[in-house]
Write a protein that binds this ligand. Structure first.
Ligand SMILES: Nc1ncnc2c1ncn2[C@@H]1O[C@H](COP(=O)(O)OP(=O)(O)OP(=O)(O)O)[C@@H](O)[C@H]1O
Ligand SMILES: [Mg+2]
Length: 305
């Protein structure tokens, strides 16, 4: 397999039979172990793309990675961009495509909650990269080391990784994932093909949300859907988390329910407040605004009950 040291200037700036590693708000990555109860999973995990075709948006990036994987020419990868845009999901889909059901034997996944000082890079990665794998039915000959949240690695560990990458390039591919690419030392960046995952366009968030809404049989109004898309700012994880929490709080997912659930003021309230402030005396506006926020607090309290 060709050694990849390309730096792509393309402006395209992670399961089954595994359980979740409790870590944070849905950024959990799948590790080997017992199967999760998929029905009870948070929707961000239940609807994590299973294949590269399921990844919404970023078509150019995903198609490029898909082609490289099919041709067995996968370079070292550096995927960066804001949270909830599909970086981890994409790499997990690549691993599934490369190794099938055996993939948890073929990848070493380390993230920021693990100790990733210089010793871990030297020891764990070297141990994994230097051993032969005896998984049955696996077509790919290379293993995958997944360094999620690579921007949290110490500089020393990054410098140590530089040598490790070179030493094991023959049978191991490294996938570095981070939010802030400027925290990755240039020497590592130049060993990887970089892909930038931009925030998802509203059209792609809408499409993916519709898929989940249909699968879950939810009652979502047009205003509710628009509010979800507006509030998530291109972060698909956030969109799914808001959708699920609003669904738990109210039967019908309306614009109002979404705004109340997230604690955001309703656009119509903002408009009303602006109107009062511009057209009425300060004392009257102040009284009306106080009453308005009391009503918002009351509705929130009733919804949470
Ligand atoms: N492009 C996408 N297509 C479909 N679902 C997505 C996409 N991006 C994110 N999601 C949803 O959001 C969840 C989180 O995505 P993922 O873990 O891939 O994000 P990330 O880019 O790695 O974020 P972070 O930088 O916070 O680790 C996924 O389980 C999936 O449900
Ligand atoms: Mg991630």
């Amino acid at each position: 397999m060709a050694e990849a040291e390309t730096v792509s200037l393309m402006d395209f700036d992670e399961d089954e039979n595994q359980n979740l590693k409790p870590k944070d708000n849905g950024k959990n990555v799948i590790v080997s172990g017992t199967p999760p109860d998929i029905k009870a999973s948070p929707w961000v995990e239940k609807y994590r793309p299973q294949s590269l075709a399921d990844v919404a948006a970023h078509r150019d990036i995903v198609d490029t990675i898909d082609r490289l994987t099919s041709e067995n020419r996968l370079p070292h990868l550096l995927l960066y961009g804001p949270p909830g845009t599909g970086k981890t999901s994409t790499i997990l889909a690549v691993a599934r495509k490369l190794y099938g059901a055996q993939y948890h034997n073929m990848i070493l996944e380390l993230n920021a909650s693990d100790d990733r000082g210089i010793d871990v890079v030297r020891q764990q990665i070297q141990d994994f990269a230097s051993t032969q794998s005896f998984s049955f039915g696996v077509k790919a000959s290379v293993k995958l080391v997944l360094l999620d949240e690579a921007d949290a690695m110490t500089k020393d560990a990054q410098f140590a990784l530089r040598r490790v990458i070179e030493k094991y390039t023959k049978n191991t591919r490294f996938a570095l994932i981070c939010n802030q690419v400027n925290k990755i030392i240039p020497a590592l960046q130049s060993r990887c093909t970089r892909f930038r995952f931009a925030p998802l366009e509203p059209v792609h968030v809408t499409e993916r949300l519709k898929h989940v809404i249909e699968a879950e049989g939810l009652d979502v109004t047009e205003g509710g859907l628009a509010a979800l898309v507006r509030l998530c700012n291109g972060d698909m994880r956030k969109a799914l988390n808001i959708l699920q929490s609003t669904h738990m709080a109210s039967q019908q997912i309306t614009e109002e329910a979404v705004y109340l659930c997230t604690g955001n003021p309703l656009p119509k309230d903002i408009e009303q407040i602006s109107y009062w402030l511009l057209n009425e005396s300060f004392a009257d506006s102040f009284k009306r605004i106080q009453n308005l926020s009391f009503i918002i607090r009351l509705v929130l309290f009733v919804l949470l009950l």
